[in-house]
Design a protein around this ligand. Structure first.
Ligand SMILES: Cc1cc2nc3c(=O)[nH]c(=O)nc-3n(C[C@H](O)[C@H](O)[C@H](O)COP(=O)(O)O)c2cc1C
Length: 315
């Protein structure tokens, strides 16, 4: 998620959810080809399996970016056909490409030819007042014919005029039934449902109708949800929040030794004790202390301690 996720975030999420497939935020193909790759494509080996999400609509440029992403070790290249922001529309990529299936298909074909990892798409159901399942299916079929075998479906329309990106994640109604119908009618395609999933039960319920569920905001704000889901889905022991966080210590200390600031890592961790006793104190200690010079792991321990006050001995 742009401006939210980065490699530190994915390292943390990997710890919580060892079996999840992680996705980067969208990076424009042009930036991958011409920009600071070490920063834009930073990735830690523990992130695998991890997909690089690209934005763009020029097949040759997307192909170059896909090749670079695969060479850097990403396990999948995903094309964003769902972002509704004005900036993205002006650049003729993101959700407005839902209306240009042939261009998306050309892009996918070029990306597939340029790299050896799977190339997938994240899309919406349509844009503006398209409410035609047949049109959605025709989009998918055109792109599938170019070789795309997996679609992450953010199961609502994108309204390109009149709504902010934030409203575009909330206002257009969710229609999971379209994603389910797609899976029923095109069983050979992998269909992953996205949009509005906030509990383990909701995520698990999608599995009866689709191949997977993608969580965005809920996973970021309440990251322990990822851990509960991973255990519910794949088995294993539920670990405590404190235990999980302490296993980040070697990573954090390595990053600090390399001159990275603690705040860049802890900003992703603030929600770990969401809804728990001391959760607010945990967040406050980290957000106030992590930007100070010299902030180190002791701050994290202080924040953890705030979530389990020492037990009082009754007289
Ligand atoms: C701050 C923010 C940034 C986002 N950036 C991206 C992005 O880069 N690529 C993408 O495919 N979706 C992006 N999204 C959309 C989410 O991936 C997801 O599709 C959407 O929020 C609906 O799922 P959710 O209800 O689980 O959050 C972003 C969402 C937010 C809140």
């Amino acid at each position: 998620m742009m401006d939210w996720t980065d490699t530190h975030c994915r390292v943390f999420h990997r710890l919580l959810a060892p079996h999840a497939r992680l996705y980067t935020e969208m990076v424009h193909a042009n930036a991958v080809v011409l920009g600071d790759r070490d920063r834009l494509l930073a990735m830690d080996p523990v992130e695998h399996p991890v997909a690089l999400q690209l934005g763009g609509s020029e097949p040759a440029l997307l192909a170059q970016a896909a090749r670079i992403g695969a060479e850097r070790g990403f396990d999948e290249i995903n094309l964003n056909v769902g972002c509704p922001s004005d900036r993205v529309q002006a650049g003729r990529f993101g959700a407005c490409l839902m209306r240009e299936p042939a261009l998306v298909a050309d892009s996918i074909a070029a990306m597939i030819a340029a790299c050896t990892v799977p190339v997938t798409v994240k899309c919406r159901l349509g844009v503006d007042d398209d409410h035609d399942y047949g049109r959605f299916l025709a989009f998918i079929d055109t792109v599938a014919q170019a070789g795309c075998r997996a679609f992450v479906v953010h199961a609502r329309n994108a309204w390109l005029k009149g709504l902010s990106p934030k409203e575009n994640r909330e206002v257009p109604p969710l229609r999971y039934d379209w994603a389910y119908a797609l899976k029923r009618e095109r069983p050979a395609l992998a269909v992953i449902v996205n949009g509005g999933i906030v509990t383990e039960a909701e995520a698990m319920a999608h599995l009866a109708h689709a191949d997977g569920a993608m969580l965005g905001r809920a996973a970021y704000h309440d990251p322990y949800l990822l851990h509960r889901l991973d255990v519910a889905w794949f088995g294993g022991e539920l670990r405590t929040r404190a235990d999980l966080l302490r296993s980040m210590r070697p990573y954090v200390e390595t990053q600090l030794a390399q001159g990275k600031a603690l705040k860049h890592i802890t900003r992703h961790i603030l929600g770990l004790f969401h809804g728990q006793p001391g959760g607010r104190a945990f967040r406050q200690i980290l957000s106030e202390g992590a930007h100070r010079d010299g902030a180190d792991w002791t701050l994290v321990e202080r924040a953890i301690a705030a979530t389990s006050p020492p037990s009082r001995i009754a007289a």
